[in-house]
Ligand binder design. Structure first.
Ligand code: OAD
Length: 241
């Protein structure tokens, strides 16, 4: 694949660049996506929208931890791929670079991205339901962890269905989307709001919208350009521009 000339020009002259990533950027690292090929992730017969929900946290936090322990265990072996690494290099390149992710897998940080707006939290962190204490999860036994500050229950520090995004994260992302010249939508079906609103915000403010995805997605119709390929193949093509 060749990067089209118009995009080469935009990329070379852009001062403010914003990127929104989703599960697709981690697919080549071995992380399963949520909705690829028309099927949705199911665990113990439950759709992920049910097991990853605010209602499940209220009704069966133990089961929620079991699901997240299972996912962390899969993620342990996953390494950043050339797509993550290319984006980490972009942070040095523009006056303002904003990386917004819906992923909770931490692979952007592992790849070297310093500032990552994690709209849906991080699977490697636990949060106290009562005092809000945050703990990195290094070694975890099975079951529900108890807060070392106030002895209340801790939950995964991730955003579940039926919950609000972390305070400030979306506002910062929306502000950057409004101001950027170039907006990339990488590896996301962009159907989950409010994250999906960011490309719309950028487009309304005059940014050039580029999609990187091997398949068409609902947002394709709003993009100025679609690069049909895997993020791990496409993003390194920008390195020498
Ligand atoms: P989806 O599974 O909905 O979409 C993944 C997208 O990545 C699809 O459009 C694929 O075509 C594309 N894709 C697959 N392999 C790719 C590759 N190698 N390179 C580039 N793109 C590739 O995942 P998300 O859009 O991230 O939220 O889902 C958004 C949110 O829905 C998730 O954060 C999660 C989920 O429910 C919560 O858990 C709150």
């Amino acid at each position: 694949m060749e990067i089209p000339d118009i995009l080469k020009e935009k990329f070379s002259s852009a001062r403010r660049v914003c990127v929104l990533t989703g599960a697709g950027i981690s697919a080549e690292s071995g992380v399963p996506t949520f909705r690829s090929s028309g099927s949705a992730l199911v665990w113990k017969g439950m759709p992920f929208t049910e097991i990853s929900s605010a209602r499940m946290v209220r009704e069966d936090l133990g089961e929620v931890w079991e699901w997240f322990d299972y996912r962390r265990n899969l993620l342990k072996e996953c390494k950043p791929n050339p797509g993550h690494l290319a984006l980490a290099a972009w942070q040095e390149r523009f006056d303002e670079f904003t990386l917004v992710t819906q992923n909770i897998d931490n692979l952007h940080r592992t790849a070297g991205s310093r500032e990552v707006i994690e709209l849906h939290g991080n699977i490697w962190r636990a949060r106290c339901e009562s005092c809000g204490r945050l703990d990195d999860i290094v070694e975890k036994e099975s079951g529900v962890p108890i807060c070392r500050s106030c002895s209340e229950r801790m939950r995964p520090d991730v955003v579940l269905f039926g919950e609000m995004l972390p305070v400030g994260a979306f506002d910062t992302a929306a502000d950057r989307a409004t101001k950027c010249d170039l907006f990339f939508i990488i590896g996301t079906s962009a159907v989950v709001y409010p994250a999906a609103a960011l490309p719309e915000t950028a487009a309304r403010s005059g940014a050039f919208l580029v999609e990187v995805n091997p398949e068409e997605a609902p947002l394709t119709q709003y993009c100025d350009l679609s690069l049909r390929g895997n993020a791990g193949d496409v993003l390194p093509l920008f390195t020498d521009l």
